[in-house]
Design a protein. Structure first.
Lengths: 428, 182
């Protein structure tokens, strides 16, 4: 357990974004080896490795691939680089440092599922990362890794880099596909799942950046090597994006199962300014808050779920004892309100009202009954929204009410934010 | 203002790569914004013509995405994040400082037309370097008042990143509608 650089092991190498340098670190060896294998063998290999999707849901990647109906072509691979979950910045890091690793993963996945046209959907805000991928695709094309007859093996593959334009919802796979087709980025009903009817109504696999970046290493080193890392149900490593009140925020690639305590205290250098840890939030804006008593939980999908939260997209937001939990929740709720696509009523209206009520708390205009009103709205959204964006908008605020109800009531009795007052008094 | 020939060609080339030409709508909107600085209704009409799609479809798509601008802005675009991870590291203080130094409200353009700034609740993906902002979509992290001063000073004299934005943008009276403010 602990630091285990697999995806990030060569990130100290200068100019790794250049093809020649990437190849010197063994780059594209995985793709070359994959081309010597049968596509079905690759699917079995990835299934056996136990790799689970790194975008948030943690679905086994090999299984996702094997859902594609036999004999239906064309089929598409879409790499989801629409990283927009507040607290997450790992895909950006992986693309920036080693765009070829991501591209190689895409090529392996495409070959495995029998796809001749792959897409990368990158969020509009990631302009430098867009440029890095664009350059990588061009270099790979020149080198013969992309084209009509890849490395003389008779395999055809092209990759289209598609830039989004500012919409969190497009990280949800069906909304992403709708957006890629040129429409407003609204989610679609599942089933049919994208594997059956995805992009342009054809069988489609959507894989996250970090997920595909694992593939070259699995192909080179084998399923057993990958399976030896991590926990029985969470193989391999994950890149954790740590932010908030720690001394050393940043990306840390750790073996799955490493205790949260090690990430925050050892790698992050502990809580800043010698303050005490109040709470932390794994997974990103959507996920439930956890407390210092959960520090020994392992960084792993199942362990974090058992503790009452979710590992999501691999964020770790750390909050010290000066944090106003009501304001933290208010920001996330405002975020979800801003990003709600408007398709379904529970999410569109619910996030609007939650946002208004949170504003009342910060402005000192809330009543004590507003706490339960928030919970009531939360229950009306969760499980009743069209897509997980709506459901997830309620998880963090409800968990904050569960653990920090007193703070809401203090906002009522003090007619405003008690933390802002303390901060102002300290300055005066 | 009709689209430049190169922009029209870029849209056609782009559309040919996709299995469906409709997929080229967002790339086309980007190409237009790249050339003209923002996307007018007329330009959307031209996109519709080039792609042989109804103009309503282009407008429906364009209006969904927050990054497409509908009116001229300053030469430079400054966006500062105020979501929770940035808030924890002083984003509110930096936002107040930025507004103070620029002398215009959130969503507005400085009088010399150099900078349009706004705060955003949409995470920009640099929480590890919070507080942060994007300047013409490039990351500026670990902000301090001194760093903000230096950035503003640079932008006051620097040309627009694509050289296409109008020299002096009309200072808009109202903040951008789509942004949420806390």
């Amino acid at each position: 357990m602990g630091l285990k650089p697999v995806l990030t092991k060569d990130f100290h190498t200068e100019n790794l974004e250049q093809l020649a340098v990437y190849e010197r670190t063994g780059g594209y060896g995985g793709f070359k080896k994959a081309l010597e294998m049968q596509p079905d063998e690759l699917v079995e290999l990835v299934k056996k490795s136990g790799l689970r999707g790194r975008g948030g849901a943690g679905f086994p990647t090999g299984n996702k691939w094997s859902f594609l109906p036999k004999g239906v072509y064309p089929r598409y691979l879409v790499c989801n680089a629409d990283e927009s979950e507040p607290g997450c910045f790992k895909d950006r890091y992986l693309i920036e440092k080693s765009p070829h690793q991501v591209l190689e993963g895409i090529l392996i996945a495409s070959y495995a599922i029998g796809c001749n046209l792959a897409f990368i959907y990158i969020r509009g805000e990631y302009l430098p990362q867009h440029e890095a991928l664009e350059a990588a695709i061009e270099e790979a094309r020149q080198a013969g890794y992309l084209g009509k007859n890849v490395l003389g093996k008779g395999y055809e593959i092209d990759v289209i880099l598609h830039r989004g334009a500012g919409a969190y919802i497009c990280g949800e796979e069906t909304a992403l596909l709708t957006s890629l087709e040129g429409y407003r980025g609204e989610p679609r009903l599942k089933p049919p799942f994208p594997a059956i009817k995805g992009l342009y109504g054809k069988p489609t696999v959507v894989n996250n950046v970090e997920t595909v970046a694992n593939l070259p290493h699995i192909v080179i080193n084998g399923a057993d090597w990958f399976g030896a890392m991590g926990t029985p149900t969470g193989k391999g490593t994950r890149v954790w994006c740590m932010s908030g009140h720690v001394n050393r925020p940043g990306n840390y690639e750790l073996e799955n199962g490493t205790p949260i305590r090690e990430l925050i205290e050892e790698h992050g250098g502990g809580v800043w300014k010698n303050r005490k840890l109040k709470a932390f939030q794994p997974g990103g804006a959507s996920m439930m808050v956890l407390l210092p008593e959960h520090l020994d939980v392992g960084l792993d999908f199942d362990a974090i779920q058992k503790a009452g939260s979710l590992a999501g997209a691999g964020a770790m937001v750390v909050m010290d004892d000066t944090t106003c939990m009501v304001d933290a929740a208010r920001r996330y709720v405002k975020f979800f309100h801003h990003e709600s696509c408007g398709k379904c009523t529970p999410c569109r209206e619910g996030t609007f009202w939650m946002s208004n009520i949170f504003d009342r708390f910060e402005a000192g205009e809330a009543k004590a009954t507003d706490v339960d009103l928030l919970l009531d709205i939360g229950y009306s959204i969760d499980g009743r929204s069209f897509c997980p964006l709506g459901d997830a908008s309620t998880w963090f605020p409800r968990s904050v009410i569960k653990f920090f109800r007193d703070e809401f009531l203090e906002h009522v009795s003090e007619k405003g934010c008690p933390f802002k007052r303390t901060a102002q008094e300290a300055v005066a | 203002m009709p689209l430049a020939k190169a922009t029209a060609e870029e849209i056609t080339t782009r559309a040919a790569r996709y299995p469906s030409k409709q997929s080229a709508i967002i790339p086309a909107l980007w190409a237009v914004q790249h050339e003209q600085g923002y996307v007018t209704k007329e330009a959307m009409g031209e996109i519709a013509q080039i792609l042989a799609l109804p103009p309503s479809l282009i407008e429906a798509t364009a209006s969904f995405y927050s990054m497409f601008l509908t009116r001229p802005e300053g030469r430079h675009d400054v966006v500062i994040c105020i979501n929770a991870p940035c808030m924890l590291r002083g984003a509110d203080e930096m936002t107040a400082y930025l507004g103070q130094q620029l002398g215009v409200r959130d969503g507005q353009t400085t009088k010399d037309g150099a900078i349009t700034w706004h705060s955003t609740i949409e995470c920009l993906g640099a929480c590890g370097g919070a507080p942060m902002m994007q300047v013409d979509h490039h990351f500026e992290e670990n902000l301090t008042p001194e760093r903000i001063d230096a950035i503003i000073q640079r932008l006051r004299t620097e040309p627009a990143p694509h050289g296409a934005k109008p020299e002096k943008a009309a200072a808009p009276a109202r903040p951008r509608a789509k942004r949420t403010q806390t």
